[in-house]
Design a protein around this ligand. Sequence first.
Ligand SMILES: C[S@@+](CC[C@H](N)C(=O)[O-])C[C@H]1O[C@@H](n2cnc3c(N)ncnc32)[C@H](O)[C@@H]1O
Ligand code: SF4
Length: 326
Amino acid sequence: MNRISIFKNHILSGDFGKLAHFVKTRIGSYLFDWPQGINIEPTETCNLHCPFCQYRINAKERFKYISFENYKKIIDDVAPFISYMGLFYRGEPLLHEDIFSMIKYASDKNLRTEISTNAVLLTKQKSRQLIDSGLDVITVSFDGATKKTYEAMRAGAKFEQVIANIKHLSKLKNKLNSRKPYVILQMIITKETEKEIDRFKQIGKEVNADEIFLRPLTPNFAFTGKKPKIVLEKFLPKRRANKLELDIQNPQKKTKSKCYSLKTAMLFRDGTVVMCCFDGAGKYMMGNAIAADFMKIWYSDKYRKFRAKQMKNMELDICAGCKANF
Ligand SMILES: C[S@@+](CC[C@H](N)C(=O)[O-])C[C@H]1O[C@@H](n2cnc3c(N)ncnc32)[C@H](O)[C@@H]1O
Ligand code: SF4
């Protein structure tokens, strides 16, 4: 979602508190290097087994959830400084029983809230609860425009059921005259899904999505061993796979665009802070936001050094598959 859409949606939804907070925190970000946002994963557990998912492939500790108390503590620490709060990272956010109170807590502090979900658990009741929570954006990860492709990519999900879930959310928004949550229908581009882009756009219209987003598939090079290679060979369109193979040989090559993670942090459900969504294995841990104040971690020498390094050149091994590098 771009900055214009954020502004537009806040204004049209009458969220002037969020708009004012957004402007204030962007000034703070510019003047004092405040973070612009954080993501906290409600859980690392998932109800699906998507074969390309780096987080799923590598999940060692399952069935773990952040407590509402710990979540609140982190939000209380960071809310004055950030404008964006993503309630997802590894795992499926709708599995957390407190997810609606968690969204509402952040939303009431004028943070723009977002979840990314597989939408399998998006029942009629949950759709209503999401609207009532004040959620700003929902990304539905929907990889494939035919039943066959979708169910192979999103192992464990049913094509028709998830379509019906998204349609219901859109209808309910309409009925309640609510512009929120802004619905993004997202498809990862693979060997199979790249043939289905036109049909995917059609599905976007049928379910009344506000936006469709085509996401590049990224094998995560921070996880050594054979798994990233499987993702390359099995799923990536050939040209991009070849390019990425070259990149593995040369992870320190020059950055082509700006690093996405300079102004946002990613948090595991146990409070561990990492600087990038590509670091799902926790290779570069900056601290723990349950044990300490997040802003102290943000301004620590270690974190500052990493930001400076990333600003100059994305040279960590985890940067190799990042789309900012292409
Ligand atoms: C790990 S999921 C967690 C949230 C939720 N379970 C979902 O599927 O949306 C967050 C996002 O990462 C994406 N993702 C997972 N593995 C990926 C990969 N190898 N390349 C690109 N995106 C990936 C998913 O499609 C999803 O949009
Ligand atoms: S639903 Fe999300 S977290 Fe779960 S396996 Fe699929 S991409 Fe990974």
